[in-house]
Write a protein that binds this ligand. Sequence first.
Ligand SMILES: Cc1cc2nc3c(=O)[nH]c(=O)nc-3n(C[C@H](O)[C@H](O)[C@H](O)COP(=O)(O)O)c2cc1C
Length: 202
Amino acid sequence: MSPRTADTAVAVHPLLAERWSPRSFDASHTITDEQLIALLEAARWAPSAGNLQPWHFLVGRRGDVTYKQIFDSLKPGNQLWAGTSSLLVVAVAAERYADGTPHHHAAYDTGLAVAQLALQAHALGLHAHQMGGFEAEQLRSVLGVPDGHRPLSVTAIGALAAAELLPPELLARETAARERRPLTETFYAEGWGTPLPVRHDG
Ligand SMILES: Cc1cc2nc3c(=O)[nH]c(=O)nc-3n(C[C@H](O)[C@H](O)[C@H](O)COP(=O)(O)O)c2cc1C
């Protein structure tokens, strides 16, 4: 069990327990077409309200123009590490129904599609790191995202590299223990705040 593995009360699927969001990506790694298509298929087959699939993705491969445009939109703290990933993927939600009224589940559905993509990355022996730290308006304009569509996240995907390759300020975060709020503070029954009465200590 890797030190990055989630500490769970009972075992969960290894894909879930072992997924994590690294910053150290291998700058020499390239993704194969087969791997890329597997990632896209994993996202495409996510569930969505009414099967409306209110998601679109813009995909940059390291070295191409799209990757550079996506990278340039990242906040400085993310630019410190994300440029060695093999892919940068922008998830965009279509926020309106065809008749123009707001689609309130668009972000929910798009997040589900990204979750599937991230887990497929892990299943392929790759890693994914989602980011909200980017300039959405910059991306919208440079990549021609139409009105009514909102860039929600950028996901860096690639092969893991040694943590020691990171700048010192990122090394500690890369190796810090992964943590979550306890089950008791997250899952309720009989009203808000009353913990669901299940064993939670493993
Ligand atoms: C919507 C979203 C936005 C995030 N934004 C950033 C970000 O801008 N920069 C960053 O380094 N990590 C970002 N993360 C990664 C989270 O910090 C990370 O998932 C969280 O700390 C849990 O760590 P784990 O994924 O390794 O379990 C983001 C994750 C999500 C889902």
